[in-house]
Each structure stands twice: as C-alpha cells, then as structure tokens.
Design a protein around this ligand. Structure first.
Ligand code: SAH
Ligand code: SF4
Ligand code: F3S
Length: 476
C-alpha cells in the first residue's frame, strides 16, 4: 500500500514552547457530511480522562459525518484506537488489540483502521506502525482531531495509508460536536498540554504546550450541561492548577472554581493537580464552594527529596505535607488519593522507605501505583538504573499492601453513616443492585432495581465497607 504522509512526529518539535497557540473554531465541510451514511464506527479508548474526552469528540465528528455506532467493534466500517503512551505496558496492550484487528480486516477488507492519541506522537511508535502494521489505514495524533473527516476522505479516495501527526505546541479546538458517554456526568477540558516536563514523562511531548481555554467558554459549557440535566462535571487538564497562567491574566484555577460553583452544577471534581501549583485560593474554593466535592487526587510520585528532584517535580516532601495539612484543615474529612512511581532509576531501598513513610503520614484513601517505565526521548531514559526488575516488583507489592489498607480504612469511616450517591446505573455486583459514587468518590452499591434513579442523587445508609467499595441501603 502506498503512503500519504502529510506530517510525521518529531520529538524535537514536540519539545518546543515558542509560539502562541491558536483557537480553532470547529467546522465540517459539506462534502464530508455524507461520507459515513449507512456505515458504522467504533472507538477503542485507552489512557487518561483526556483521551476519554477526546474520544467523545471523535465520536461526535464521526456521527456528524453520518456514521452510526456499531454493535460489534470487529465488524465496523471504521475502527479507531485512541491510544496511550504513558508506560510500556499501556503500549503493549495496543499492539495486542492491533493483532486482533488484523484478523478482522482479513474478513472485511473494506474496514478502515485508524490509530490516534498519544502513541502516534512518538517517532518510534509511528515508525513501528508504518513498518510492521501495514493494514492500518490512518494515523493521526492529538493535535489534529479536527482533520479526521479530511483524513478519512483521503483514505477512501486514494486507497492509501494516510499519516498526519503534528508535533509542537498544539491548538485549542472549540465547539466541536461531542457524543458524551454519560447523561449525568461530563468531562470538561479546561486546559490542554503540559509544561512541567517531569523527567520520566512522555505527556509534554505528546500533548504539547500548556494552553487554557477561555473562562467564558468553560462557564458556558457547564451552564449548558446544567440546562441539559447534568449533575456532575470533572474539570480536566494534566495540571489544572496551572489554569490561566498561559493566558497572562490574574484569573486562576481557584477563581474558576468559584465561578463554576455559581452555575448551579451540583458536583464539581477536577483532575489532575500538580502539588507545586496547588494554591490557597484553590484550597479555599474547595472549602467554600458547596459543589466542589471533598476529594482530591494529588499525585506525589515519591516521598524522597532526592528522587523528587531527579524527577523534576519541583517540591519537597515537607512542602507536599504542608499542602496536605492545609487541605485537611480547610476541608475536614477530605479523601486524598495519589499516584506513585516505584523503581525510578537507581532508587535505593532507603528512598523507597521514604515513600512508604509519606503514604503512612498522609493517610491516602487510594493510589495508582506504577513501576517506572522508560520512555524513549525523556531525560530519565538516559539515567543509569541498576535496580533489578525483581526488586521493583517487590517494592510495588509492599507499597500496594499499604495502599490497599488505606482504601479499606477510607471506606470504613463511612460505616453506619449516610452518604449521597449520584446513581450511575445497575451494579455488576449482583442482581437487583445499583451503584454510583458518593461525594468522597467512594463506589457505593445499594439494593434497588429502580432504573429511574439513574442520574439522581440519593441518600444511602452504609451497612458494609469493603476495600474497593461500600454497600448500603437506600434511605426513604
Ligand atoms: N498529569 C498528571 C499525570 C499524568 S500520567 C500528573 O502529573 O499528576 C499519570 C501517572 O502515570 C503519573 O502521575 C505517574 O505516576 C505515572 N507515570 C507517568 N510516566 C510514567 C513512567 N514513565 N513510568 C511509570 N509511571 C509513569
Ligand atoms: Fe507528566 Fe509531570 Fe506533566 Fe503530569 S505534570 S503530565 S507527570 S510531565
Ligand atoms: Fe496516556 Fe496520553 Fe493520557 S500518554 S495518560 S493518553 S495524555
């Protein structure tokens, strides 16, 4: 198959932070609007909430082109994989799914297979896709989702593989159509990209420069969600606490929380926060705004100052603990969760012990824990690493034991108490059970088969507290 290469990824350009970023007003040309009529699509989504939000836009664009969501992903006319590059095992899953799709394409040669998201933004991944996965028709990245109709059109027209991966600062796409997955909870992007350049992390290269949406656009989006019956928004960004810095105004993330609280939305959550940029205004907003939920994901990565420095996290154990204390004081009962990496290059047992100490001192009620994964092109990839894989797995195991005890303790404090649950739907936990999340983001199952409760906030009395969830009874 011949290739049409409109642009290839380039890590040097991806590192650049020079230009102003444009805001692009979404529009679709009429000639693309009928391309998908009578055809089906499926989008596989991997990685973070940013990717989930992008997939909602991708689905919106495809439906505007006339495509309908298919029942079986492996028999659809267009199949897209929205990929994640954060760790090697995230990428390995995707190579695996691609293997399955190869068989599906043999059965149905007209199937259009596309790869998008963070993986194509890496030079090596795109090279491998081109060399080894010749059945992939379409490759595009995180910066050009709005080119999707054009790229599909070209792939149909020329029967060639189409590659367009743009590196660099990126842009802000406004007013693109979205097919939201939920009718009561919504993702709302408030900013894109990341300028932190933690030494282990690929995201600043795959997502471009930090760029904030205008506050008016964000507030208007949340107001519209309220009108449409939405109860909860999760504000998204790789570092939401840096909101507004790139706009050069004094309006910060804390100000945005106060303004969004006035829209009438019942619940506001946000992710992810960088500890260095979490300021008092944000903490005060969490304390004072009724809609901002008493829960925070505050990734720490390590409890050792030397490792934190090598990671370029720009805070110390002591500074992190000060913010935790301030949060606990301002928002009594707040549930704090985190992300932790073990086995960063040459991490000693003593340094790992400092992480365990921090986990004990904070009293996390949950954590995503990872073994460090080398990402080509990042500064940490060049660091010497003499710790064996076995030792890293052992550290992860010891850390997880502590973290899991924190999950359980965090749930036990709600035993025999009433919690407010936004109902998501039927529970996979057994017949006649429904579930949702409490204000502190605790998954809660309760006995009911009343589907009209979906999207409503109900009061549940907790009767059992397990490690991963609560069980309770509906209060009349
Ligand atoms: N922007 C967010 C996190 C994005 S990535 C933040 O800074 O909090 C989610 C998590 O993946 C990170 O918090 C980190 O714990 C983990 N992670 C990122 N790069 C990694 C790598 N190379 N190896 C292992 N874990 C990694
Ligand atoms: Fe990656 Fe650090 Fe940015 Fe988070 S803040 S996305 S870990 S570079
Ligand atoms: Fe993965 Fe990209 Fe998100 S690398 S974690 S999908 S920003």
């Amino acid at each position: 198959m011949k290739n049409i290469k409109l642009a290839m990824p380039n890590f040097k350009e991806a590192r650049m932070r020079l230009k102003e970023v444009p805001t692009i007003e979404y529009e679709m040309k009429d000639e693309y609007k009928k391309l998908g009529i009578g055809k089906t699509y499926h989008v596989f989504t991997y990685g973070c909430q940013g990717n989930e939000a992008d997939s909602e836009v991708i689905s919106g664009i495809l439906e505007q082109m006339g495509y309908k969501r298919g029942d079986d992903p492996y028999t659809c006319d267009v199949v897209l994989l929205n990929t994640c590059a954060i760790r090697e095992n995230a990428e390995n899953r995707i190579w695996g799914v691609l293997g399955n799709l190869k068989g599906a394409k043999r059965e149905n040669p007209d199937m259009l297979i596309g790869i998008c998201g963070c993986m194509p933004q890496e030079e090596n991944a795109t090279k491998r896709l081109l060399e080894t996965y010749s059945f992939v028709d379409l490759i595009f990245g995180t910066h050009n989702i709005n080119s999707l109709p054009k790229l599909i059109y070209q792939a149909y027209l020329s029967k060639a593989k189409v590659v367009e991966v743009i590196s660099g600062e990126g842009s802000i796409l406004e007013h693109a159509p979205k097919i939201r997955e939920s009718h009561h909870k919504a993702w709302v992007n408030i900013m894109y990209g990341c300028d932190e350049f933690c030494t282990y992390c690929i995201v600043p290269y795959t997502r471009g420069k930090e760029r904030s949406r205008s506050k008016d656009e964000i507030i208007a989006e949340v107001k519209e969600l309220v009108l449409n019956g939405y109860k909860e928004v999760t504000l998204l960004g790789q570092n939401v606490n840096a909101y507004g810095k790139d706009l050069g105004s004094d309006y910060t993330f804390g100000d945005l929380l106060y303004d969004l609280d006035k829209t009438g939305i019942e619940r506001i959550r946000y992710t992810t926060s960088h500890p260095r940029d979490l300021d008092m205004k944000t903490i005060m907003a969490m304390a004072e705004c009724k809609s901002v939920m008493p829960q925070l994901h505050l990734p720490v990565q390590s409890g050792d100052n030397e490792i934190l420095k090598k990671m370029n996290r720009k805070y110390t154990y002591e500074e992190y603990m000060q913010k935790i204390e301030a949060l606990k004081k301002a928002v009594p009962g707040i549930s704090i969760t985190t992300d932790i990496i073990v086995g960063f290059p040459n991490e000693t047992e003593e340094q790992f012990q400092n992480t365990l100490k921090l986990v004990r001192n904070v009293g996390y009620e949950g954590a995503f824990t990872f073994i460090y994964s080398k990402r080509e092109g990042t500064p940490a990839a060049k660091m010497e690493d003499s710790i064996s894989d076995e030792e890293k797995r052992d550290r992860l195991h010891r850390l997880n034991e502590l973290v899991n005890a924190g999950y359980l303790k965090g749930n036990q404090r709600f035993l025999n108490k009433e919690v407010l649950v936004l109902v998501d739907g039927e529970s996979k936990n057994g017949e006649g059970m429904m579930c949702g999340y409490s204000e502190h983001l605790k998954l809660t199952h309760f006995k009911s088969n009343d589907l009209s409760l979906i999207g409503k906030i109900v009061k549940v009395r907790v009767t059992e507290a397990k490690t991963w969830f609560l069980i309770g009874e509906l209060c009349e």
